[in-house]
Design a protein around this ligand. Structure first.
Ligand code: AMP
Ligand code: MG
Length: 345
């Protein structure tokens, strides 16, 4: 059924209650979190969860994250609590860290895409926490966009993407982190980062000296440990090329691509301190400000969709700290299109 989608202000607590009622009765609502907006449903209701996959056009082998409002709620969803759980939850929850643990029978298999593990997170957003508490159930919530597109970081992004597909978007303002959570698997012997995100490798290493970054081997291509990472994601409409290397070199390269011939419909995503004056250049923070780059990335990628352009060149940050997650999303958005200038001095 086609509906007119409405944006509801989260400042009115009646609106939060109304959205919780929809989720409790098996419906979907777009909700704010500190990472990106999520498309929320009752994580214990397999039918409601199935409608997330339909609404997003998400592949059924890509598992969802269950969002909770209290770290203790984990106990009702997993079959065993790993030893490291408490230290991690104390330090990083609420926050952009998702923990993968062995599931129990409460969580339906469509949430976990058939896996025996479940991904759980407690978001650091007042509205999200109040909504989840009011629902009284864990809320499964992937990003509130059609699969493959850049994630939404504002209520208006969700409206643009899902208008007519859901009844309500709960507006909690702009998402402050701007990239998705770090996914950390603590279900096995060695903790492994399956997806870089808002909590960095160094922050995790301080608590888990043996933490590893999971690298997918070629033999695993069809059934990777972090299934969502095999898909092209976060992509603007025009093809994008990731330009890797020192910012002065990547800026020089991009300038030569955009300024070489008249009538050229190329565009660029650049650091503000390396950008040049050109109508098709969009900036996303200075080269040394990863927080700003993460916060601006998806909004900037979405802007290209409204421009008359045929290709995009993007300056990619180095992979230090939060730069790891930003570079990961930009490379995914580019598919396999990359120019590597890292060896150019
Ligand atoms: P999102 O698309 O941001 O909702 O993130 C969900 C991602 O978390 C998936 O695409 C997977 O990469 C990862 N994930 C979720 N559940 C699991 C799980 N049980 N095991 C491994 N990775 C998972
Ligand atoms: Mg997503």
């Amino acid at each position: 059924m086609v509906v007119k989608t409405k944006i509801l202000s989260s400042k009115d607590s009646e609106n939060i209650r109304a959205c919780a009622d929809i989720i409790k009765s098996g419906g979907l609502v777009a909700i704010p979190t500190e990472t990106v907006y999520g498309l929320g449903a009752n994580a214990l209701d397999a039918r409601a969860v199935a409608s997330i996959f339909v609404t997003k056009g998400r592949e059924s082998d890509n598992p969802l994250i269950a969002h909770i409002a209290d770290a203790d709620d984990v106990k009702s969803l997993v079959s065993e609590i790993p030893e490291v759980f408490e230290a991690l939850a104390n330090k990083f929850w609420p926050g952009p860290l998702t923990l993968v643990m062995k599931k129990n029978d409460t969580i339906p298999y469509n949430v976990t895409a058939g896996l025996d593990t479940v991904a759980i997170r407690m978001p650091n957003h007042k509205v999200a926490l109040e909504l989840i508490k009011t629902c009284g159930c864990p809320v499964a919530a992937p990003s509130a966009n059609p699969s493959g597109k850049p994630s939404p970081t504002k209520a208006e992004h969700v409206l643009y993407d899902l208008d007519g597909k859901i009844s309500y978007i709960l507006d909690g303002g702009e998402c402050c982190v701007g990239v998705e959570s770090t996914v950390l698997d603590i279900s096995g012997e060695t903790p492994q980062i399956l997806r870089p995100g808002g909590v960095t490798f160094d922050e995790l290493k301080a608590i888990l000296p043996n933490v590893k970054i999971y690298m997918q081997s070629e033999t695993e291509e069809l059934k990777p440990r972090s299934p969502g990472m095999k898909y092209r994601h976060y992509a603007p409409k025009a093809p994008m090329t990731a330009i890797l290397g020192k910012p002065e070199k990547t800026a020089e390269y991009i300038k030569s691509c955009l300024c070489n011939c008249k009538g050229n419909k190329s565009a660029a995503l650049m650091f503000s301190d390396y950008a040049f004056d050109h109508p098709n250049v969009i900036t996303f923070g200075s080269s040394d400000n990863y927080e700003m780059q993460a916060n601006r990335l998806y909004d900037a990628l979405r802007m290209f969709d409204d421009m008359d352009i045929t290709e995009i060149y993007a300056q990619v940050p180095d992979e230090q700290g939060l730069g790891h997650a930003i570079a990961n999303r930009m490379k995914k958005a580019a598919g396999d299109r990359a120019v590597d200038l890292t060896s150019v001095l």
